[in-house]
Design a protein around this ligand. Structure first.
Ligand code: DGP
Length: 112
């Protein structure tokens, strides 16, 4: 079994991929909360942002830039939100770091 998103990165589990580069994979969320909902994950397993180290800086930069590229490629310039949940209390349910790219409807602030 192992980590769900590691299995998506290795393509043992299929996903709707929207972008891939050396460090990151972006794919459609299976349970979208908005018309556009993409997850961007590092190919390297990290449990969450709280477990990242200074050595992960290049990968983390690549993940954020991949999120930006997804927004560009999907035409989200009018507005989009990047969300990183860390820990169960914050709503993290998959313990492989991921950035949600959410767009396509008005997004309330503060988030729930
Ligand atoms: P979070 O709650 O922040 O850990 O977000 C996890 C997201 O992962 C959630 O929005 C649903 C999504 N997800 C869970 N399982 C799968 C899956 O098998 N495939 C895809 N594409 N997304 C998944």
């Amino acid at each position: 079994m192992g980590c769900l998103f590691c299995n998506i990165v290795s393509k043992k589990i299929p996903s709707a991929i929207v972008l891939e580069n050396d460090h990151a994979l972006a794919f459609r969320d299976i349970n979208p909360v908005a018309p556009t909902h993409v997850l961007v994950v590092p190919k390297k397993h990290m449990t969450g942002i709280h477990d990242a180290t200074p050595e992960d800086g290049e990968v983390l930069g690549a993940v954020l830039l991949a999120a930006r590229q997804v927004a560009h490629d999907l035409g989200l310039e009018a507005g989009y939100r990047l969300v990183v949940n860390n820990g169960a209390e914050a709503g993290q349910s998959v313990f492989h770091l991921h950035v949600h790219v959410i767009a396509g409807r008005p997004l309330a602030w503060p988030p729930g």
